[in-house]
Write a protein that binds this ligand. Structure first.
Ligand code: XUL
Ligand code: CO
Length: 455
């Protein structure tokens, strides 16, 4: 079971500090460092994803795979290949020293010729994953079913015009929900990759919405039936692979859940590049999910400002992440969720060690952003001015309006009597942008932890 695939990385990646010249050491990430009363590891809850990092060969629409992933070779025996892939993945997670991983059923076990064969492939891989979890300290952040790669799902899974496809997807999700339960997963994710349409000419929107709602109700019902205590999460994405996807963004999904009385059963798994594809900032999606009571977990990555597709690059902007993390920790931090690296290497990053460089840089970016966010919370950088901005809603007029005791006519009377006369007020955007930057720069300057490491 033990593997030496990443032989160049001889030991677990440790903390080297901001001045370290070792690219295989963290400059900022210190799992045991106490940050707002929690270990940094428990604030960030970082996960490695098994799809981009171990089940994708580096192919794109114009070319075949470029990566050194022997288990993906077409000539490889599927069983031995699945084992080699898992062994390398857990070697990686262990050497990287992060607490979590996430996977789809199809990342770890190929489909067989029959449903029974598919099931047996999956069970064998899950047995091996369980052994690796016992051997290392890796835990499952979330499991999910791939309802988008196989040709049967070309027209969607739950929203397919053919109920037989709905049934097949139901069987697959039931199985993966049970696998996630068995592996003590903290969450179960549903990304509706093909729950949408290519053309409205052949699509019955109302019918497909009802089908999706039925499917999600069945999933929630099964979760309770088996006693799975993790959270059910829906991952919004506006398009790609289909032209339009129903789970467009955080607000759309929350509206859907409320329409179908499912809001108490599901929360959101937000992905940074999905936010930008929807024409939002990642900060917007996080803030919306929190405001609507649906925040769950994060797929962390970034897009490219010069193109419009899902490039899934590793995150590298402290400035952007600090604002999103500030929302999260100001709202109390993660409960079941975490930061899953749903990010992929560039196609030219063909060395095995590139996977380490990508994750180390991404994790340090998250850690630095976390410190800046905590600094903003501790200095009341945004909370205090926000509170002040809305302060009048706690006064007589604001309270009267919100309590419902005032009608339009009452308000018109008071305005006409000259009792109410609003004056322009500054939104102070530039002041706040400067204040945020000062906190980010202050954290950059401070080499010493504000709070000492736990041990
Ligand atoms: C696709 C995507 C998926 C989901 C899981 O864009 O993000 O990998 O996270 O199915
Ligand atoms: Co994702």
């Amino acid at each position: 079971m033990s593997s030496d695939f990443f032989a160049e990385v001889r030991k677990r990646v440790g903390y080297g500090g901001p001045d370290s010249s070792d690219p295989l050491a963290y400059a900022v990430y210190q799992p045991d460092r106490l940050v707002m009363g929690k270990r940094m590891e428990d604030q960030l809850r970082i996960a490695v994803c098994l799809w981009h990092s171990f089940n994708w060969p580096g192919s794109d629409v114009f070319g075949v795979g470029t990566f050194d992933r022997p288990w993906l070779a077409p000539s490889a025996d599927p069983k031995t290949a699945a084992q080699a892939k898992l062994d390398a993945a857990f070697e990686f997670i262990d050497k990287l020293g992060v607490p979590f991983f996430a996977f789809h059923d199809r990342d770890v076990a190929p489909e067989g010729r029959t449903y029974a064969e598919t099931r047996a492939n999956l069970d064998a891989s899950v047995d091996r994953i369980e052994k690796h979890m016992a051997r290392t300290r890796a835990r499952l952040l979330w499991g999910t079913a791939n309802l988008f790669s196989h040709p049967r799902y070309a027209a969607g899974a739950a929203t397919n015009p053919d109920p037989a496809v709905f049934a097949y997807a139901a069987a697959q999700v039931k199985t993966m929900l049970e696998v996630t339960h068995r592996l003590k997963g903290a969450n179960y994710v549903l990304w509706g990759g093909r729950e949408g349409y290519e053309t409205l000419l052949n699509t019955d929107l109302a019918r497909e919405e009802a089908q999706l709602a039925r499917f999600l109700s069945m999933v929630a019902e099964h979760k309770h039936r088996i006693g799975f205590s993790g959270a059910l999460l829906i991952e919004p994405k506006p398009q790609e692979p289909t032209k339009h996807q129903y789970d467009y963004d955080a607000a759309t999904v929350m509206g859907f859940l409320q329409r179908h009385d499912l809001a108490s059963e599901y929360r959101l798994n937000l992905e940074a590049n999905h936010a930008t594809l929807a024409g939002h900032s990642f900060h917007h999606e996080v803030a919306s999910a929190i405001a609507l009571g649906g925040f769950g977990s994060i797929d962390v990555n970034r897009g490219d400002y010069q193109n419009g597709w899902d490039t899934d690059q590793f995150p590298n902007s402290v400035d952007e992440l600090a604002l999103a993390i500030h929302e999260i920790i100001a709202a109390g931090g993660f409960t079941s969720g975490g930061f899953n690296f749903d990010a992929k290497l560039r196609r030219q990053s063909v060395s095995r060690t590139d996977l380490f460089h990508a994750h180390i840089a991404g994790i340090d970016t998250l850690a630095r952003a976390l410190l800046a966010a905590v600094d903003m919370v501790e200095h009341d950088t945004l909370a205090a001015p926000r509170k002040k901005r809305y302060a009048d809603w706690s006064n007589e007029l604001g309270k009267a309006i919100l309590s419902g005791s005032q009608t339009l006519a009452d308000l018109e009377r008071r305005v006409a009597a000259g009792e109410i006369e609003p004056l322009p007020r500054s939104g102070q955007q530039e002041l706040l942008e400067g204040s945020v930057n000062r906190r980010i720069w202050a954290v950059d300057r401070s080499r010493e932890p504000a709070t000492k490491p736990a041990r």
